[in-house]
Design a protein around this ligand. Structure first.
Ligand SMILES: [Zn+2]
Length: 273
């Protein structure tokens, strides 16, 4: 998975897209009934466009969702390897079935999200925003990048005076904020209104292409507000606690902090990139 800037807003394509992207307003929706709009095969991978979906296509450091599509008429199931954006439109990349049979346009299907993995990603993503919030509030350090997998993630900061000691202090502060049971809110703001929020600039919202009229934001009430396209838990108590699993200096100014959810299963260390 490539390194992405964290907390990057969603592309502005939802406005004109044929696809209703339920995850953008309801991260807890696990399934939905949908109609097949289009079926194609690109490089051997079947691609499915549905009129609605609960699967997040990835972005802002959060990996794409996986799931299953079940045809209503006969219960035939296809595994969704990943949701992704192709030319601005959200598509479902299927595992090619051995018998070659694919859904056809007009089929009614039931879309099921691989929930345990997604919920771990929601908790991880919110934990990373809490980390961003603490580091910005108390040390005024800018985020430069980040990435996550279910249960663990990393963030890079422009943070010259960061040290191993400070990292322990940051871990404590983040856990205090998570225990404070802060609500996490999704808002969609007109561009001008979003630009008027000074702190949003640290997430480089000012680099958005001019065509995007709506900015989606994630607010950890009382701690953090960022332009963001990802999926989050509704309250920080759902994250539980985190621990800092690594700290690396990537140069004089650039520092990387790795965190994991305390109750997450041990994940293999991500390659240092
Ligand atoms: Zn984010």
């Amino acid at each position: 998975m490539s390194s992405g800037r964290p907390c990057r807003p969603a592309r502005g394509s939802q406005v004109t897209s044929r696809v209703t992207e339920i995850f953008a307003r309801d991260a807890y929706a696990r399934s939905v009934e949908a109609r097949v709009l289009e079926v194609s095969t690109v490089d051997g991978s079947p691609l499915l466009v549905l009129d609605t979906t609960v699967l997040y296509p990835g972005g802002g450091g959060q990996p794409a969702d996986r799931g299953v599509v079940l045809r209503a008429a006969d219960g035939r199931a296809w595994t969704v390897r990943a949701a992704k954006r192709v030319g601005g439109e959200l598509v479902h990349e299927l595992e090619a079935p051995e018998d070659g049979e694919l859904p056809v346009r007009g089929d009614r299907v039931h879309v099921d999200l691989a929930w345990a993995r997604r919920f771990a990603l929601m908790r991880t993503h919110t934990a990373l925003h809490a980390l961003c919030g603490v580091v910005w509030r108390d040390y005024q350090a800018l985020v430069t990048g980040g990435n996550m997998e279910p249960g663990a993630g990393r963030m890079d900061f422009e943070f010259e005076r960061m040290s191993g000691d400070l990292v322990g202090e940051i871990e404590e502060k983040v856990n205090t904020e998570l225990r404070a049971a802060r609500d996490v809110r999704v808002n969609v703001l007109p561009r001008a209104e979003a630009f008027a929020i000074p702190d949003l600039i640290r997430t480089k919202v000012n680099l958005l292409p001019p065509g995007i009229e709506q900015i989606r934001t994630i607010e950890i009430v009382g701690l953090d507000l960022q332009a963001d396209g990802g999926t989050h838990v509704a309250n920080t108590h759902e994250v539980g606690q985190i621990r800092v699993t690594g700290y690396e200096s990537k140069g004089r100014i650039n520092k990387r902090i790795r965190v994991a959810l305390v109750d997450a299963q041990a994940a293999p260390a991500a390659p240092s990139t």
